[in-house]
Design a protein around this ligand. Structure first.
Ligand SMILES: O=c1[nH]cnc2c1ncn2[C@@H]1O[C@H](COP(=O)(O)OP(=O)(O)O)[C@@H](O)[C@H]1O
Length: 211
């Protein structure tokens, strides 16, 4: 799986080592590091905001217990025989009973990144397209999940449009605080799945940083 395109968004004056892309096989051979898996669920929609602005895709992230945005998922541990088993276990805890039947599989795997600090760890990223009905079932049943109101404060939809003021929508969303490399994973997902064009992504990033 090609790994190009997932960029590290560290501040230019931040001299900490950047996370680096590795293949799944390389990642699994690394010793002494924890593995975490996260997934971006998305679904296409014909809905329009104010009957005018096409939503195009519903992309799910979540507000975490620490006030930062991230994707559903978490650490894989010794209980789990595969990365996907660990991810599906986390999804059941965070998002609830839908994940007794809906499963993320190896074919949904997209990329892995290793970071050295504060401690060595690997984050594996998955994307999975759902029907709008499946995605809405996750949103509805999420309130019944074990972690709801604790580790998960709520699911949020990522606005992919930019409003006429040039900031509302995706640029404003990108100005939030994101956990780890989840912002870079979001942009990577939007880019590689072609949910947005490259110029739309660049414009939104520019507006987010300069407005
Ligand atoms: O959406 C994400 N993308 C990438 N890394 C993340 C994301 N959410 C959390 N992390 C990182 O993954 C690791 C596991 O955190 P998380 O809070 O998901 O696990 P847990 O629920 O098992 O405690 C931490 O190092 C955290 O910084």
């Amino acid at each position: 799986m090609a790994q190009a395109g997932q960029q590290n968004l560290a501040h230019p004056e931040d001299h900490r080592p950047r996370p680096r892309n590795v293949t799944r096989e390389e990642a699994l051979q690394l010793e002494g590091c924890r593995h975490a898996c996260h997934v971006m669920f998305y679904a296409s929609t014909t809905a329009k905001l104010f009957d005018r602005v096409p939503i195009r895709y519903v992309v799910l992230m979540m507000m975490r217990f620490d006030g930062r945005l991230g994707f559903p998922g978490g650490f894989v541990d010794a209980r789990d025989s595969t990365l996907e088993e660990g991810l599906n276990r986390e999804l059941l805890e965070e998002l609830g009973p839908v994940f007794n039947t809906l499963k993320v599989t190896e074919k949904d795997y997209r990329s892995s990144q290793v970071r050295e600090l504060p401690q060595k760890g690997v984050t594996h990223f998955y994307t999975k397209e759902l029907t709008l009905e499946e995605l809405e079932a996750i949103e509805r049943e999420g309130v019944c999940a074990k972690d709801h109101g604790l580790e998960v404060m709520g699911l949020v939809r990522v606005p992919l449009y930019t409003l006429r003021d040039g900031f509302g929508g995706l640029p404003a969303f990108l100005s939030n605080n994101f956990i780890g490399n989840s912002k870079s994973q979001l942009l990577y997902g939007l880019r590689t799945l072609r949910l947005l064009r490259e110029d739309q992504i660049q414009d939104a990033m520019w507006a987010s940083q300069n407005t």
